[in-house]
Design a protein around this ligand. Structure first.
Ligand code: ZN
Length: 190
């Protein structure tokens, strides 16, 4: 499947659900591919959206950004779903760093998949926070969040702020669970 990202931006309000969900998934793949390493394929924590034989595919999205501005390649680790995304550079989903930064020591935290999903849903993250959340990798026991102490502290602050303002009880529970998982993991050492 070849997707030109430009065709999925600014969808009209009457766009059917399947196209809308595809656009969301493609946007997430671009964010993962631009947040993570370039030149090497890696397995992100993004779940597959397919339901072969009416059962959710348990695969994760493997993404590869070959070189700046070349099309992003993706494939599912569980089924044969795969594709290429062009025209992603400088879109709203492009999370590549704009400047060089000194990398602090990063710690790996293993978190449940539901927590990774709640983090991807955060609405108020800045680009640094989004980069942290979209480079979460797949892991046998859930997902791996990798960041410096400062990164994690900022992320925990964002989760707490959003939980405080969330009116929907279900979403607030998810955010509180994410807060507990992150603050517990950073407090107990790694
Ligand atoms: Zn799949």
């Amino acid at each position: 499947m070849v997707t030109d990202l430009h065709h999925l931006l600014d969808l009209p309000p009457d766009t059917p659900g399947p196209t809308r969900r595809l656009a969301e998934q493609i946007g997430s793949v671009v964010r993962a591919a631009t947040a993570g390493d370039t030149g090497t394929a890696w397995e992100s924590a993004l779940p597959c959206r397919r339901r072969p034989a009416n059962r959710a595919c348990l695969g994760r999205m493997i993404v590869l950004r070959p070189e700046p501005n070349a099309p992003i390649q993706w494939q599912c680790s569980g089924c044969d779903d795969a594709g290429v995304i062009s025209n992603w550079a400088d879109s709203i989903f492009d999370l590549r760093r704009r400047s060089l930064t000194v990398a602090d020591t990063a710690h790996d935290l293993v978190i449940p998949n539901e927590v990774a999903a709640a983090l991807r849903d955060l609405q108020l993250l800045d680009p640094d926070g989004e980069r942290l959340v979209f480079r979460i990798r797949a892991h046998d026991d859930g997902a791996v969040l990798s960041g410096s102490d400062d990164d994690l502290e900022d992320l925990i602050g964002s989760v707490a702020a959003e939980a405080n303002h969330e009116a929907n009880p279900r979403r607030r529970r998810q955010l509180n669970a994410a807060f507990d998982a992150l603050s517990g993991a950073t407090a107990t050492g790694r």
